[in-house]
Design a protein around this ligand. Sequence first.
Ligand code: PGA
Length: 250
Amino acid sequence: MTTKKKLIAGNWKMNGSLAANEALVKALLQGVGTPACEVAVCVPAPYLAQLQSLLSGSPIALGAQDLSAQPQGAFTGEQSAAMLKDFGVRFAIVGHSERRQYHGETDEGVAAKTAAALANGITPIVCVGETLAEREAGHTAEVVKRQLAAVIHVNGHCISEIVVAYEPVWAIGTGKTATPELAQSVHALLRAQLHHAADEHAAGIRILYGGSMNAANAAELLAQPDIDGGLIGGASLKAPDFLQIIAAAR
Ligand code: PGA
C-alpha cells in the first residue's frame, strides 16, 4: 500500500465576500490544528489574493474552481494556469458538473484544462459523475469511464499527478448522498481504469467523493477503501462542519 494522505477540498462555488471569507478562514485556522489529511479551499477567482494572504503559512492550501486551457490571449473572462500560480494556487477543480452543465464543457475541454494545470504545477481535481437520468438508465459506469478516459487520453504520461473526484450529479447540493457502498463501487471502477493507465502508480492517485458530504456522513464515506478524501460544497462554508470532516479524514 502506498501511503497517501487523504485530501479534503472545499468548493466554495459562487459564495463569499471579503468579510465572510475572513470570518470563515479565521474560524478554520483556529480549529484546524495539524490535520492528518491535506486540506484545501477552492475559492472564487476575485478572492484569490485575499485568500493567499489569509492562508499564508497555514496548513490549508489554496485552490481555484476552474482555469482556462489556453496559456494567454484573447479569451475574455478566463484565467490562465500561470495567473493562478501567481497567487499560490495549488489545486484547481476541473470539469465540475456545474461547468459541464451550464458552460457546455466537454470531455475534451476538460482534458485540455487538466493538461494546462499539470503543465503549470497545479494539481487538477478532475470531476466525473453521472446524472440521475444516466444512473436510472444504468449508464453510470459508461459515463464516468468515458469522462475519465478523455483525461487519460491526453494526460496519460502524467496521470499519477491528478486527483479524481467522483461527484454523482444527483447528489450535489441535494442532501442525497451516495451510500458508502455505492460510492465505493464507482471508486473501484475508476481505480481499475487508472490502474490500466498508470500501473502501480494508480494506488497513489487520490479519488475523492463529492455530493452532499457532511459532518454526519463523512467518516463512513472516508472509511471506504477507495475513497481518498472529499470535495465538499455546502458544508465547506460552515467552519464547524468543515472542521469535523477534516477530523474524520485520517
Ligand atoms: P455539495 O457540493 O457538497 O454541496 O453537494 C459538492 C460539489 O459540488 O463539489
